[in-house]
Ligand binder design. Structure first.
Ligand code: C2O
Length: 519
């Protein structure tokens, strides 16, 4: 294990990744795309961040890192820290105790769609598939907007958007650019680490005339499983092994296709699918993909809920807490479109929830202390927790839990023909009596972000073995800003015994004008 140190001086730079428009993006050390973070398991990752944006708060969340014992390094503003105001510094410092494919992104409102997101890879030379791999590629896919998130905000969050319609992207990118070639040799096995770093739109992924083998989802190794099309909701990751052909005479299209069912309108100039290449021969032609479906929902992606974790962790039983909530997209009294879990639209507290845990003494076990609008659930240490999430909305939602991966017990409808059409029916809520538990898998798939089907539901479980304040939220960033989130306050008594907050974290609060006990 070693220290891996990054100095991130965050500032505005200009970029034009789609060739259609220059725009301001959030750069690091004067450059964009941002640096990929590379570490090995066991390393200490230290990121010194200076906010040089001048006009905007920031923070960093290392998506999928469990942050066991370091909840204060998790990054979401007003959950575990204050937003870092312009001119302030903040150091993230934690031990990486897990393998796989992750990403980092700003976790302050109206921030990461401006480009503040990139891959974080934890390399593992002992992975069960490591010996087969000739080389690996990290591949991000994302929607792209020409407008600053702050400039999208006024109309999006207003009476003029009563349905809460999400902003329509201007383009889609592959590795933050267009027309990328991944150079390969014949007869070898390559690993592709796929990450959807977008703000809104899910992506289908396939390679012409190649199948692949899934070996990891969201940092969890899986039994090797063959697939030919994947569906990546926002924030989801897959590692796949691709065996190349015997001959190197042509190049094959790598296709990403945006899930057009999410878009309320599709501008005629918006290119929904991209071609990039698995390049066997740089001098041969690079043909555009031959797209055979007229709409993305005609594709039939692999169902991630059927994957079996390589470690065969058995089904968690006897939940001590069961949280049953429904996604509701609705209007506030004044007609503005907002997002709710049951009847609560998450609103950030005045003091970070973590700091309230540490100062509340015995009251910390009482969810009311954190304020109704944080939608907090206090979880007992080491208890099995179940979340039943119903979708009373006609759109799909990629839900993410901080600090954990979770077991996927049931999802309805499954990926496939029904998944995106189901919205036309009435919402189908989970009911343990009628839906039963007998269908729960013996070794449930685990991941940290799961797509909730339109009008359907999912049931997940995890163990509350990681004391901390962890958000559970829709990872469509527009929905998070509309309040589609709740807070898990996990083992507050343990947090009080174990956690101390570094001085620079309190200093950021002071600079941000937030009064805490530590400043
Ligand atoms: Cu990528 Cu709150 O998460």
């Amino acid at each position: 294990a070693k220290d891996v140190v990054y100095n991130f001086n965050v500032s505005w730079v200009t970029a034009n990744p789609d060739g259609l428009a220059d725009r301001k993006v959030i750069g690091i050390n004067g450059a964009w795309p941002l640096p990929v973070i590379n570490v090995d398991k066991g390393d200490q990752l230290i990121v010194h961040m200076y906010n040089g944006l001048g006009d905007k708060n920031t923070s960093i969340h290392f998506h999928g890192m469990y942050q066991n014992g370091t909840n204060d390094m998790d990054g979401p503003s007003m959950a575990t820290q204050c937003p870092i105001p312009p001119g302030s510094s903040f150091t993230y410092n934690f031990t990486v105790n897990q393998n796989g494919t992750y990403w980092y992104h700003c976790h302050t409102d109206w921030c990461y769609p401006d480009g503040y997101r990139q891959a974080l890879v934890v390399h593992d030379s002992d992975a069960y598939f490591a010996g087969e791999i000739e080389d690996e590629f990290t591949v991000t896919m994302t929607d792209w907007y020409h407008t600053l998130a702050e400039d999208i905000k006024p109309e999006f969050m207003s009476l003029y958007n009563p349905t809460g319609a999400e902003p329509i992207p201007n383009a889609f990118l592959f590795n933050d650019t267009l027309d990328t070639s991944l150079a390969v040799k014949p007869n070898k096995t390559y690993m592709l680490r796929l990450i959807n770093t977008g703000a809104f739109v899910a992506q289908y992924f396939y390679i012409e005339d190649h199948e692949f083998t899934i070996v990891e989802i969201d940092g969890v190794y899986t039994e090797p499983t063959t697939a030919d099309i994947l569906y990546l909701g926002i924030a989801q990751r897959y590692s796949v092994l691709v065996k190349t052909k015997d001959t190197a005479t042509k190049n094959y299209a790598i296709v990403t296709m945006a899930d057009s069912t999410l878009l309320d309108t599709i501008p005629s100039d918006l290119r929904l699918n991209l071609t990039n290449w698995l390049e066997y021969d740089a001098s041969a032609s690079h043909p555009e993909a031959d797209i055979t479906v007229s709409v993305s929902s005609d594709l039939d992606p692999f169902d991630d809920s059927t994957l079996v974790p390589y470690d065969h962790m058995p089904l968690l039983t006897d939940p001590v807490v069961s949280i049953n909530v429904a996604v509701v997209m609705a209007n506030l009294d004044n007609g503005e479109g907002y997002a709710f879990l049951n009847n609560i639209s998450y609103t950030a507290p005045k003091v970070p929830t973590l700091y309230t845990v540490l100062s509340a003494g015995d009251l910390a076990t009482n969810a009311l202390v954190y304020g109704e609008f944080t939608h907090s659930h206090v979880l007992p240490h080491n208890g099995v927790v179940e979340i039943i999430l119903n979708n009373n909305d006609t759109g799909s939602h990629p839900f993410h839990l901080h600090g954990h991966n979770f077991q996927v017990l049931q999802r309805y409808p499954s990926y496939g023909a029904d998944f995106f059409d189901y919205a036309s029916g009435d919402p189908h809520n989970y009911n343990a009596a009628t839906n039963g538990t007998s269908g729960f898998p013996t070794y449930p798939a685990r991941r940290d972000t799961l797509v909730l089907p339109p009008g359907g539901y999912f049931v997940i479980r995890f163990v509350a073995d990681n004391p901390g304040v962890w958000l559970f939220h829709c990872h469509i960033d527009w929905h998070l800003m509309q309040g589609l989130a709740m807070t898990m306050v996990e083992a507050p008594d343990q947090m009080q015994q174990r956690l101390t907050i570094p001085d620079d974290h309190y200093a950021a609060c002071k600079a941000a004008g937030v009064k805490t006990e530590g400043n």
